[in-house]
Every structure is written in C-alpha cells, then in structure tokens.
Design a binder for this molecule. Structure first.
Ligand SMILES: C[S@@+](CC[C@H](N)C(=O)[O-])C[C@H]1O[C@@H](n2cnc3c(N)ncnc32)[C@H](O)[C@@H]1O
Length: 347
C-alpha cells in the first residue's frame, strides 16, 4: 500500500465505524449464518463428538461433485472459529457449535434456523415488499422448522392443558391447527376417555399428524382432518376446543368472528383454551409479530388485553388470562360457553 493511501485510510472517519461494525454485528451474523447452514445440512450433527474429512462429509451430504467448494465452506467455518481442522479432519471447535449439535438442544438449533431463515428476511425486505405490494405467504414458512422451534413452549402449553382438562369424564376435543398432533396426544394421555377431532389447514401438516396419530396407536380415538377451521360445518358437540400458537394465522379483524365460530361448535358449558405469545415479550416475539403483519393471511400477535376483549365480544364468559412464563408474555386464555365475569391471573 502506498504511504498516501495508508494515510488516507487511517485518517478516514469511516474506518473506525467499519471496524466497530465488523466486531459488533458482521462477525456474529456470519457465525449465525454458518451455524444455520451447518445445522440444517446435518454437518454439525455429523461432526458431533468425532471428526470427518471432506470426502466423508460430502458422502454424508450426498454431494458428488464440488468437493473443493465444500472444503472452501468448511474452511470458512474454521476461519470464523466454529470448526477446527487438523490434517484434513474437521471437528467442532466453538462451545456453541458443540452444544447446538446435541440432540437435546434441537429446539435451540431450530430457533436459530427460524431467526436466520424467517426473521432476518422480513427485516431485510420489508420496505421493498411495501413498494412492490408483495406479501409473505404460508409457503414462505417451513412447517418442520417451526414445529421444532415451537417445542420451546411445550411444557407451558402442557401445563395449561393440565389445568383445564377433566381427567375422568368422557370428553370431546376439537384442536384447531394441530401441527404435529403432540398436544392432542398429551390430552389423550391425560384422559383415556377423550376422543378428538384435530384439524390443520396445511395438507402436509395434517398428513404428518395423521401418521403420528397412527404411530401412537390413537387412531380409534383421534381423527385428523385437513380443513380450514373457518369452513368446518359441525354440530355443537365439543367439551373443549384448543388452539395453540396460531391465533396470529388469522387477520386481527377476523379474530372475533373466528372465536364466535369456535364457540358455536362448543356444547353448552364447553370451554376454549387458547395459548399464544402476546405482544410486549422478547424481541424475537416482536419480529415474529412483524412477520405475520407482512403475511397475506395473518396479523400481528395480540396484546393480551385485546385478545381477552375479542373472546368476550365472541360471547365467551368467565374469560381467564394467565401468564404462563414468568417475565414473558406467553399466555393462556380460557373462556366458557356461558355468559359471565372476567378473571385475570398472572404467573
Ligand atoms: C405454528 S403452528 C402450531 C402448531 C401446533 N398447534 C403447535 O402449537 O405446535 C400453526 C398451525 O396452525 C395451522 N393453521 C393456520 N391457519 C389455519 C386454519 N385456518 N385452519 C386450520 N389450521 C390452521 C397451520 O397450518 C399450522 O400447522
């Protein structure tokens, strides 16, 4: 570098900004993107506890050509500090890479994938989407990643189910947007006389839930149907309707009508249990909310008070709101198919 160039660079006021930017977010962004690629390709899991050379990794990934390019990507992982290499054998190096590779941390690995694959693009593309009028669609989600990352709230949802579910009497359950069907299974385990209809709008999700129900030996008690809940034409027959983690799949202005329709499917004295992340929680929840605002099918995550009001407007009585995670805004809402009063609890 010529002396004049060096003087120019070191006195340029943009240089400290560039260096600080690299330190504070460019490197963490690269790490997050590399780790996401390593998790979703299975490289991280393959390297857990043992090393592998590029040929072994290429074989595991089904890569027949371009081994040089795979090596270049792995070497970048070494440069970032996530991997180490010794005489051609790659190993996990960072504590984060080693932890994310463990099966027990799959939920956290999926949460990282969700942030990188879905949260970053909405922050990146929002103004361009507004200019072009383009919106996110259900196809922009990856149901499998969402199903894995939503497991983070599973113990809290299960606790909410335990609180409302009668364990002994015969009980008819409708689950709206059942996903994998895990929560229907949990309810069926708690009450051996429970029978259920589980519906999900996405055909591949409903098919996977139906396969799970068969595998769990519950086909005689649980029917899975691919359906849009708004088009269900059924007699009022359910003692309990559950809706977990999906109220934001419906536009805000349609929620009262949806809840009214859910109530119309309840037997007299039946109850609705709804669980959802609400506004005012963590930053990730706010970005999730933005994602659904930019979707052509959903809407922002609800404020807890707003959703409780919508339940009352839909005719539910004895509306009870409970914060399930201390210090966070993940809440359960219970409403009865009777007119009544409102109770508010906190965790
Ligand atoms: C984030 S997932 C939650 C799945 C599951 N309830 C859980 O908590 O793990 C939301 C689910 O709601 C389903 N869903 C969205 N809109 C729906 C509709 N109109 N009718 C039925 N299911 C719907 C989606 O297909 C998706 O599987």
């Amino acid at each position: 570098m010529k002396f004049t160039t060096l003087t120019k660079v070191t006195t340029d006021s943009s240089l400290p900004l560039l260096l600080s930017m690299a330190r504070s977010f460019v490197t963490p962004l690269y790490r997050a993107a590399f780790l996401t690629g390593a998790v979703s390709s299975g490289v991280l899991q393959r390297l857990s506890g043992r090393g592998a050379d590029v040929d072994t990794l290429a074989g595991a990934l089904g890569i027949t050509d371009d081994r040089q390019l795979l090596r270049a990507w792995l070497d970048l992982g070494v440069r970032i500090g996530e991997l180490a290499v010794d005489t051609g054998t790659y190993r996990l190096k960072s504590r984060t890479a080693k932890a994310l590779a463990l099966p027990r941390n799959d939920t956290v690995a999926a949460a990282l994938e969700e942030v990188v694959r879905f949260h970053l693009p909405v922050l990146l593309n929002a103004p361009a989407m507004l200019r072009s009028g383009q919106r996110l669609t259900m196809a922009d989600q990856d149901g499998a990643i969402i199903a894995r990352s939503s497991r983070v709230v599973q113990p809290f949802v299960e606790e909410a189910i335990e609180r409302v579910l009668d364990r002994a009497a015969p009980l008819r359950l409708l689950e709206i947007g059942c996903g994998s069907g895990d929560y229907v299974r949990y309810a069926a385990q708690l009450n051996p006389r429970l029978t259920a209809l589980a519906v999900d709008y996405q055909a591949e999700v409903a098919a996977a839930a139906a396969a799970n129900v068969t595998r769990w030996g519950l086909s005689d008690r649980v029917e899975v149907r691919q359906a849009d809940v708004r088009e269900l034409d059924l007699e009022p027959q359910f003692d309990l309707i559950t809706m977990h983690n999906n109220i934001y799949y419906f536009p805000v202005e349609e929620r009262t009508k949806l809840l009214e329709q859910a109530r119309s499917l309840l037997a007299p004295g039946g109850r609705l249990l709804l669980t959802t992340a609400c506004r005012g929680g963590s930053l990730s929840v706010e970005v999730l909310s933005l994602w659904f605002e930019y979707a052509d099918f959903g809407g922002a995550l609800p404020e807890a008070t707003e959703l409780a009001d919508q339940l009352r407007k839909a005719g539910f009585g004895d509306v009870a709101v409970r914060r399930l995670i201390p210090g966070d805004q993940f809440c359960s809402f219970v409403g009865g198919n009777t007119a009544g009063t409102t109770k508010e609890h906190s965790a």
